[in-house]
Design a binder for this molecule. Structure first.
Ligand code: RTP
Length: 155
């Protein structure tokens, strides 16, 4: 059975070193999975500082840039690509506001984080950055294309 012609999108999601060290990997993945989004790529990596700088290049003028890049490259990160209708925007909703003091309860940061420097997760903020970030973190062949049995019920 064909899933309806949904506007399928992909977004880049990363569980930051604090999220990994705090044992939040399964908790975070389950929120995206239960929503109905589809995991199409995943790996555990310790990004180099250069890689972190590329990832956060938009923030290079900010005073926290250096510390932020040190932090992202300080340990294992779970890098993922999630796919689904509206996943870029809705993924940001699941994640919540950048500052966990301002994220709503029910969001990942609202429920699981306290401080902006330890906000456990990253998600692409738009279609262009999603594409750039997926290309930065993954080779094309690391993304898997498949139809899940659940899709005909989700869409
Ligand atoms: P992310 O890119 O990690 O998903 O976060 P975001 O879009 O919600 O926030 P953004 O403005 O892009 O900032 C990226 C990350 O930088 C850290 N940050 N620290 N010390 C500070 O004032 C400050 N501001 C931002 C956060 O870890 C934020 O997620």
């Amino acid at each position: 059975q064909e899933a309806h012609a949904a506007q399928m999108e992909q977004t880049f999601i990363a569980i930051k070193p604090d999220g990994v060290q705090r044992g939040l990997i399964s908790e975070i993945i389950s929120r995206f999975e239960r929503k109905g989004f589809k995991l199409v790529a995943i790996k555990v990596v310790v990004p180099s500082k250069e890689h972190a700088q590329k990832h956060y290049h938009d923030l290079k003028e900010r005073p926290f840039f250096n510390g932020l890049c040190d932090f992202l490259s300080s340990g294992p990160v779970v890098a993922m690509v999630w796919e689904g209708e509206g996943v870029i925007k809705y993924g940001r909703k699941l994640i919540g506001a950048t500052d966990p003091q301002k994220s709503e309860p029910g969001t990942i940061r609202g429920d699981l984080a306290v401080a902006i420097g330890g906000n456990v997760i990253h998600g692409s903020d738009g279609p262009e950055t999603a594409k750039d970030e997926i290309n930065l973190w993954f080779k094309p062949e690391e993304l898997v294309s498949y139809t899940s049995n659940a899709e005909k019920w989700i869409y």
